[in-house]
Write a protein that binds this ligand. Sequence first.
Ligand code: HEC
Length: 106
Amino acid sequence: MSRRLAASVGFLAASSFTGACAGDRELGAYLSNECVACHQISGHVTGGVPRITGWPEENFIAVMNSYKDKHRDNPIMQTIAGRLADDEIAALAAYFGAVTSQSSAK
Ligand code: HEC
């Protein structure tokens, strides 16, 4: 993990979050290891796997829940989302939402 990312995590933790769904970014970074096997952290789209970085957190959470509830029909993502608890989804939303193509590591 880069020092710059660690610093920005600290900065955001210090600023006040509103709303109950503020995710834990460090947990998100940890959980993201699984996701980036398919989703490129650089935001590039490869082999039809969509980009998931830089999304507003609410949208990310809504999409993950729609896989979890099987409203969205993709067996891979249904399985993955089905294993995640709400706070883990919130953590992933916070982490991926903060990743922009310029700040991403290779
Ligand atoms: C085995 C490969 C794979 C893994 C691992 C994976 N995904 Fe996906 N993901 C996909 C594919 C393929 C799609 C497109 C599915 C569809 O068309 O609905 C997708 C779609 C998504 C979408 C919706 C994107 C959009 O533009 O609608 C989100 C959000 C997402 N994944 C998040 C995650 C997260 C978070 C993780 C880790 C916890 C993860 N994915 C792990 C393959 C994967």
